[in-house]
Design a protein around this ligand. Structure first.
Ligand SMILES: Nc1ncnc2c1ncn2[C@@H]1O[C@H](COP(=O)(O)OP(=O)(O)OP(=O)(O)O)[C@@H](O)[C@H]1O
Ligand SMILES: [Mg+2]
Length: 219
């Protein structure tokens, strides 16, 4: 089974009497080359769900599998290696490393895989409209430019699974459309599975499917 398969996923924060359920009964598939948008009100668990799909967070019940490989079967180290190779993640809060310049931030996934490629990094910077800014430090960029660094970094190693949390939230409409084009190019041309969380109707309108996350599952 290729692509992403999520079955009956359930997650809570805290323990015992303090336990706070986030969601349960979440099941859906994302085929290679498919774009699924996840929508839902603030606090419903969209970022938590993406973190589970990247194996950055743990869950209480259910399973997540990519290309038939069940993530629950992997230990911490194997999960880190799996993530490095197969996942591109655009975080809601960017997570750009402040002491690395823009080009080093974008090159990071390739460095971790031992596949550094300066031409590829330059091409990605070009593609997100940051040509010539590779030597800048993150603190010297605007919010929208930082978001584009995060997008270039998520795409540079051509991952099988692309997870994006409000990737166009800080961008003007023209730049947002360009960023969506880039995410969709990786999805359509390279068969990545794209799961994108958004409040933007324009972004959701481009999805193959829109999934509404609620506490009792997806609808
Ligand atoms: N580490 C944590 N410990 C306890 N509760 C948490 C933790 N992280 C998130 N939560 C809670 O879990 C719920 C889901 O949070 P999450 O960040 O996934 O929501 P979201 O749907 O992404 O919201 P937004 O649209 O505002 O980004 C929220 O009620 C939040 O307060
Ligand atoms: Mg969120």
């Amino acid at each position: 089974m290729s692509g992403l398969a999520i079955r009956n996923l359930a997650k809570h924060y805290g323990r015992g009497a303090e336990a706070v359920p986030v969601f349960s009964g979440v099941s859906f598939d994302v085929a290679p080359g498919e774009f699924v948008a996840i929508v839902g009100p603030s606090g419903v668990g969209k970022s938590t769900l993406l973190n589970c799909l990247a194996a950055l967070d743990t869950w209480d019940a259910g399973s997540v599998a990519l290309d038939g490989a069940d993530l629950s079967a992997l230990d911490e180290t194997q999960r880190a290696l799996w993530r490095r190779r197969h996942v591109g993640f655009v975080f809601q809060a960017f997570h750009v490393l402040p002491h690395l310049d823009v080009a080093q931030n974008v090159a990071l996934p390739l460095m971790l895989l031992g596949r550094h490629d300066g031409a590829r990094v330059a091409a990605m910077l070009d593609a997100v409209g940051l040509r010539g800014l590779g030597a800048r430090l993150p603190q010297q960029l605007s919010g929208g430019q930082l978001q584009r660094v995060a997008i270039a970094r998520a795409l540079v190693h051509q991952p099988r699974l692309l997870l994006a949390d409000e990737p166009t939230g800080n961008l003007d409409p023209g730049t947002a459309a360009q960023v969506m084009d880039l995410l969709l190019a990786q999805t359509r041309q390279h068969g990545a599975a794209l799961v994108l969380v958004t409040h933007s109707e324009t972004a959701a309108a481009r999805a193959d499917r829109v999934i509404h996350l609620r506490a009792d599952g997806v609808h």
